[in-house]
Design a binder for this molecule. Sequence first.
Ligand SMILES: *Cc1c(COP(=O)(O)O)cnc(C)c1O
Length: 339
Amino acid sequence: MSRPLLGHLDPDFLSLMDEVRTMLRQAFRTSNETTFAVSGTGSAGMEAALVNLLEPGDVAVVGIAGVFGERMADVARRCGAQVREVRAEWGAPLEPAQVEPLLEGAKVVSFVHAETSTGMRQPVEALSAMARDAGAMVVLDAVTSLAGLPVEVDAWGVDVCYSGTQKCLSVPPGLAPVTFSPRAVEAIAARTTPVQSWYLDVSMLTRYWGSERVYHHTAPISMLFGLHEGLRLVLDEGLETRWARHGRLGAVLSKELDALGFEQFAREGFRLPQLQAVRLPEGRDADALRRALLDRFDIEVGGGLGPLAGNAWRIGLMGESCHEDAVEFLLEAIREVLD
Ligand SMILES: *Cc1c(COP(=O)(O)O)cnc(C)c1O
């Protein structure tokens, strides 16, 4: 990212963009032509997915099992959609049987793969198949899952998937990788109203990212250098190896946390290795101990969100921070502050 800048239409920069697109297709496991990076953080990816698919009056079924599901519903409402909410208890996944009765007439079914507020992993395939059978397009939030858990855009029949750079890709925050299926691109072309957001209009953005190279907005050059290198490292390691690393070290961490008296918030069988939301052992002050980890060991863990505020931690083991040494150091530090 400290490389000297290139112009946004410099031939060397354009070939770097093409490489980013190729690597993103590999990371998302898709052959979708419309795969690129939105300028903005993960939330811009969320907004790009929904604002392009939804016209005022369209029906969107939105799964809500935590903070990020809530955000999706908020964004869909701002697009003018009629939002049908499906709620799961925090820590539990959405059940296909809850979604099925709401599918009639729905244009979009949208939900979160890795709910970062609760540490819950949402199984995707059954929900996605059901939504597609009902003629709806599937939007998947893979901000925390991409490159940390299997994400199979094509095999799972996901129409629009978005992510962010600063979670398991281990790149600074600032870009949102997105991918749109041919079906989604057709639906966008068939809109009767213009996309409400000029900045996030996929049809215009693909004229810059595609072969036409029409200026839309100035690309954040240094961020794309960073994403290029982050993706190179991910693919060098190999997606399967990376998923396995997160799985293995996540299991080590959760086993040790159990032994220390922490309680996992997400339901057994639906836990993320890379984000563990845990209640502290009885009588412990979550925020004071979190502060002690930061002051004494320079380790930052997240605080609880929503119902978990004040009595929980959210521990991220994402990408570069998911290494044996980091897990050992964290566990030693936790033992010290508990003592
Ligand atoms: C972090 C996150 C987002 C939002 O990403 P920002 O980069 O903070 O805009 C959206 N969804 C999930 C599941 C996230 O973890």
